[in-house]
Ligand binder design. Sequence first.
Ligand code: AP5
Length: 219
Amino acid sequence: MDVVFLGPPGAGKGTQAQRLERLEGLVQFSTGDLLREHRTAGTPLGRAAQDYMDRGELVPDALIIEMMEGELDRTNGGVLLDGFPRTVPQAVALDALLARKGRRPAIAVLFDIDLSLIQERLEGRWTNPRTGRVYHERFAPPRVAGIDDEDGGPLIQRDDDTAETIRKRLVVYREQTEPLVAYYRGQGRLYSVDATQPVDVVSAEIERVLHRRTGERRA
Ligand code: AP5
């Protein structure tokens, strides 16, 4: 099974992707993390993506689709996609790519959350830039402020987690990514979870969705 996580910035997609990768044996891809790695490495893609990301805009479809085709071509087995697709053309490209690999269309898990909660989630987020692991100063604090519990590395705040860029990312989400809700719902592939609940409760809800879906496909 291949799974797409869909939802606004700060809804908890990355948090849940990291937890579920371990539990469900799916290989996780975060387009945001991949792009940040390209930026750090100074690749042509990283340089091309930089200004879009800093402005809170989407990186052009052609660049993202090419990057994800490369990543998915190297993978066998189920994948968990965090942050891809984010536009209808990206969703169409993903469907075609999975069909080429002989796989069934991915299901989408929608992180349902009131957008008024997003600002607080993103302004309090701290990230390990090496592993992508995320914390929150109130909701999921590390044992020692500024230090990752797992590898002891420093935690940073992302450049695009400023009030102004968050506002822009929310507008971009509504205009360009929200249409995917209708795309997946129209094809009977959308499953919604209440992303306002505590992290463990959201994880349990997603696992229930995935297990129910696995049962439906076997039946
Ligand atoms: P990306 O890195 O994907 O950012 P995003 O979608 O804006 O998502 P976030 O990482 O901000 O949020 P999240 O939902 O993962 O939340 P998290 O788990 O961290 O993309 C960055 C940029 O890259 C884009 O703006 C764009 O430019 C570009 N890009 C990426 N993909 C692209 C694509 N496909 N096409 C074009 N451009 C693309 O949680 C947030 C905080 O909340 C954390 O502090 C966490 O600890 C806390 N939290 C999580 N869950 C809970 C909970 N249940 N209760 C309380 N707190 C919680």
